[in-house]
Design a protein around this ligand. Sequence first.
Ligand code: SF4
Length: 324
Amino acid sequence: MENKNAPVLVQAEGVCKYFKVSGGRVLHAVEDVNLTIHRGETLGLVGESGCGKSTLGRTLMGIYAPTKGKLVFDGKEMDLHNKRERFAFSKKAQIVFQDPYASLDPRMTVGSIIEEGMVIHNMYDAEGRKKRVAELLDTVGLNREHANRFPHEFSGGQRQRIGIARALAIEPEFIVCDEPISALDVSIQAQIINLLHNLQDELGLTYLFIAHDLNIVKYISDRIAVMYLGSVVELASSDELYANTLHPYSKALLSAVPIPDPELEAKKTRQIINGDVPSPINKPKGCAFSSRCPVACEECSKSVPPLREITPGHFCACHLVEKK
Ligand code: SF4
């Protein structure tokens, strides 16, 4: 749960991540992202496929070094181009991947998969690691005997539990959950969400929770950041974002969320976003959403709207949204 007085654990200042692609062109996957995540908080990150959510997640936990900008972790600026620093950071930040089938090495036993990080970071002796693997299997709701089995012997939900145990093994402070339930059956999704919730309470973990299911994100997140074409366009507490949506893109995204009440659902006006997401190699000038925005004005294609605090704690990047 977010505690506004809790210290900031993760801070991105003007973080950009670019990739060189064929023909000398540059793909702007993440553009000038500024955000903070407090210790013990869950920050949800939403947006359409290909908007840069996963790249931002991987940059914030050190898999990618930012092309530009500053990443500060627990008050210390990280130099992720420095191998030693990157290695030390990898013990503090871990990731739970989307696909529990592809993310576990089929040739390794569950025990070796969970133990691997501890071996790399030289934690415990062999006996201590074995004990810790057993404890972690208990923690994620699996049996200790599962340590000797292989990933193909498990269901999707069990594999995701193994992925969570692997992430926890080296006692990280920050976990990027990259769409951790989207490949699972609906009946299993709630179990994994509850497990992540309980672990956060017990271990004081801090999460970046990436997802495209906006109902799940609202349920699990303290605050939510909405991304469009590599940039954060809106950021607010979950309740505030859903009650007072400001950005035209967020409004369209949220209008697509089904309401459980059939009467309200029937009355709802769905805002359709026309056109395709522009290429991150060749972004529109000015506001990146200007080519699809239903209320775009002349100014929108001339200058990039900065992310501004409109009301306390509610940030939006749109020329037409006035500060209150
Ligand atoms: Fe739409 Fe202009 Fe606002 Fe961008 S700045 S979201 S184009 S109104």
